[in-house]
Design a protein around this ligand. Structure first.
Ligand code: ZN
Length: 417
């Protein structure tokens, strides 16, 4: 751009100054003021015309057109600073593997880059709330964990180790879920692998529940029973069952969606029933003997209510099933499922902490002393085995990415589904 002041041209405005200088066509739709002397530069005759004259003689439309063209040419700073958010798609524009039941719009590109995935968490799409409803609670649970670290001695007090395992896992499972929802649209393979990790974290969380329930929540009459002694080893077996079945269910999703849903639900319900059986027995026993209600039991009851609500939301796909497309961004069942799960976990955590504190003397007196092997050891063994299962399910996807991605790309480009 040459030096000189540049102004848009509009009809009706006089383009000659009558003085020594003058306007000349500098580039399309623009005039450049060319003073004859440095003294003239200060006075610009165009501003002598009243603004209303410009607007009356179709100047407004002209002005808008010129500004648009000028913006494209000279690149205003606002254009340079704006970040282009990824485009969103409707259900018929993405491959089947990415589609969600009764969610019609707001899909991200099925081959998004990692950066696009991260940016998309700040853009309103049908996964945004899913991401944040587990990302923010992660920080809440981390904060609670830090507060507990300052009040309890997790390093040397073995009685607190079950709580340590439990707190670690309730921080990990929402974070893993948040990451899975964020990066699930990089490719069909990445989507499967992301959710494999999500399921693995959830099944490890079930182990955390079993370890904390086994040491703190077990009813008095079951302490030192056969079930109590084998509670944690069976829970480790449950995590293997849960991760394997839930990962396997993803491969049935396209061909047999109902069977896939049943298997995945069963994968999570079985460890839940096993973990909560002592708790339910204790609550029922307490009701029969009309024992005095405690903080721990009321929190456990709230947790159970939210756990049933979570299961209902996961299986029912309400409310979006009643009005497909209306809850694409806000209020669909998976968002409610996340919120319900987190609120349930909050009550569960409060119940576990209350039981740990109030029953300490009785449990220690009856020989319930957690070991390193029964807590951290169980977590380490389960973590390694579950990572192995995820690796086994991920290997075929990673080894044949080209063929598979080519198929999905074709499906996406053709929009044939
Ligand atoms: Zn989720």
């Amino acid at each position: 751009m040459p030096e000189g002041r540049v102004f848009p041209v509009w009809r009706g405005v006089r383009t000659s100054s009558g003085g020594g200088g003058g306007w000349s066509q500098g580039w399309e739709h623009c005039l450049r003021w060319e003073p004859q002397s440095a003294r003239q530069e200060a006075r610009i005759s165009v501003f002598d015309c009243p603004v209303w004259l410009v607007l009356c003689r179709q100047g407004r439309a002209r002005l808008r057109e010129v500004c648009q063209r000028g913006r494209a040419t000279i690149r205003l700073p606002t254009d340079m600073l704006s970040i282009k958010l990824p485009q969103l798609f409707d259900i018929h524009q993405v491959p089947k593997v990415f589609r969600e039941d009764s969610i019609i719009s707001g899909y991200r590109h099925p081959r998004s880059s990692a950066l696009d995935c991260v940016l998309s968490s700040f853009q309103m799409n049908n996964e945004t709330i899913n991401i944040w409803t587990h990302f923010l609670p992660t920080w809440y649970f981390l904060w609670r964990f830090c507060v507990l670290c300052s009040t309890l001695n997790f390093l040397t007090d073995s009685y607190t180790w079950p709580l340590l395992v439990y707190m670690l896992l309730i921080c990990i499972y929402p974070f893993t879920s948040s990451c899975a929802h964020t990066f699930s649209t990089m490719s069909a393979e990445s989507r499967h692998i992301c959710y494999f990790f999500d399921y693995g974290a959830l099944s490890l969380y079930s182990l955390g529940c079993a370890i904390s329930y086994g040491y703190y929540v077990m009813p008095d009459c079951w302490v030192n029973s056969l079930l109590h002694q084998h509670f944690v080893p069976v829970a480790i077996g449950n995590t293997l069952f849960c991760t394997s079945l839930s990962c396997y269910s993803r491969f049935l999703e396209l061909q047999f969606p109902q069977r896939s849903k049943v298997l995945r639900t069963a994968a999570f319900v079985v460890p839940f029933i096993f973990d909560t059986t002592p708790l339910i027995y204790r609550i029922l026993g307490c009701c029969g003997e009309s024992c005095s209600p405690s903080d721990a039991l009321s929190n456990h009851c709230y947790h159970l209510l939210f756990a049933f609500l979570t299961c209902f939301l996961f299986t029912a796909h309400l409310p979006e099933r009643l009005a497909p497309g209306r809850f694409d961004y806000f209020g669909h069942s998976h968002q409610l499922f996340h919120v319900s799960a987190v609120v349930g976990t909050h009550f569960q955590m409060e119940g576990v902490i209350a039981d740990m504190t109030s029953r300490r003397a009785w449990l220690v007196a009856h020989g319930v002393v957690p070991s390193l092997l029964g807590t951290m050891g169980a977590l380490a063994v389960s973590l390694i085995l579950n990572l192995g299962i995820i690796g086994i399910f991920s290997a075929p996807l990673l080894w044949k990415p080209c063929r598979s991605s080519k198929q999905h790309m074709t499906a996406c480009e053709c929009k044939e589904q």
